[in-house]
Design a protein around this ligand. Structure first.
Ligand code: UDP
Ligand code: MG
Length: 317
């Protein structure tokens, strides 16, 4: 069993995490390793990880050269994991390691992916509303069904890990990639506790970024929407044009005016604004995809490793 844990400035919670992991893992059965990925922390996270490794070689550490972001840190950990089965947890104990026992049982019964689904969210109202809107959009748009309220907290068979690691994309949305892999997937409900110590490392901007990656990496429907809007407005504009022509030619009075008095300035302005903004909006959507194509074609490594503890190997991927 490999346990992958991304850590970004988690020095406050690491001692607790270490304690809980040692207790849980010693009772689980299989041989295990813990891969802690330091995502460019500026506090003493790396020093603590090195110390864990010195005390027990089964705690291994991957230090990235800077902050690459949560999803990339998890991917780096997955790439180094050796286990036949791999778990992904957050460092802040919001994903209780105690649940791994139940996950392992499902895996032994033949499930290839066991993912945990949040029953009750402890976040504030705004975050909850955003989450629910996002998952609803994703449900409608995505060709792959990404289970609602699933997170990265999961246990994956080696076959699934190999699929996910082999995906070369830079904009990672792991819960979607995991769903894309297929195999036998099983949901386990759990109540997500609050962060055990320290502050969140996911400000709203980063969350919105993750949501954009989820939507745009798993669906081209926003592009197709542009086509639909375009068709609709062509229809509406044709009808309106035809009417104006008839109005002008027949010279009848509409809303108290005939066409030759040239009323309709307001309507003209409104239409210009409407179509202007629709175009701008879809230019933005196009931009999202073009930007992603640009970043993928650059083909840069997705992360750079600064140093390793307890691990052999390559320094980039
Ligand atoms: N994290 C990371 N890199 C980042 C941000 C977060 O590796 O740039 C890690 C963080 O250390 C934690 C996990 O990702 O283990 C989830 O972050 P957090 O708990 O702060 O997010 P929240 O639960 O508040 O959404
Ligand atoms: Mg958290």
């Amino acid at each position: 069993l490999s346990v992958v844990i991304p850590c970004f400035n988690e020095s406050a919670v690491l001692p607790l995490l270490h304690e809980r992991l040692r207790t849980v893992l010693s009772t689980l059965g299989p041989t295990w390793e813990v891969l802690l990925v330091d995502d460019g922390s500026t506090d003493d996270t790396w020093r603590q990880l090195a110390e864990f490794n010195r005390r027990d070689g089964r705690f291994k550490a991957v230090g990235l050269s800077r902050n690459f972001g949560h999803q990339t840190a998890v991917a780096a950990g997955l790439a180094h994991a050796q286990g036949d089965v791999v778990a992904v947890l957050d460092a802040d104990l919001q994903d209780p390691p105690e649940l791994l026992g139940e996950c392992l049982e499902c895996w032994r019964d033949g499930d290839d992916v066991v993912y945990l689904v949040r029953q009750k969210r402890k976040e504030g109202l705004l975050k909850r509303a955003l989450y629910s809107t996002f998952y609803r959009l994703l449900d409608h748009f995505s060709a792959v069904r990404v289970p609602r309220d699933s997170g990265d907290f999961s246990l994956m068979d080696r076959r699934v890990v190999d699929v996910v690691v082999s995906m070369p994309e830079r904009h990672l949305f792991l819960r979607g990639m995991r769903a894309w892999a297929g195999f036998r997937q099983h949901a386990l409900p759990y109540e997500r506790p609050a962060r055990a110590a320290g502050d969140t490392k996911y400000p709203l901007v980063k969350l919105v970024g993750l949501a954009a990656d989820g939507l745009f990496s798993f669906s081209i429907i926003p592009l197709r929407l542009a086509t639909w809007f375009g068709l609709l407005s062509v229809l509406a504009a044709s009808a309106w044009g035809l009417f104006v022509l008839v109005w002008r030619i027949l010279g009848f009075s509409f809303l108290g005016h005939t066409a030759s008095e040239l009323p309709g300035w307001t309507g003209g302005v409104l239409l210009a604004i409407l179509f202007g903004s629709i175009q701008l909006m879809f230019l933005g959507v196009l931009g999202e995809y073009v930007g992603r194509i640009y970043e993928e074609t650059k083909g840069r490594p997705r992360w750079v490793v600064r140093s390793l503890h307890g691990l052999p190997g390559a320094d980039r991927s």
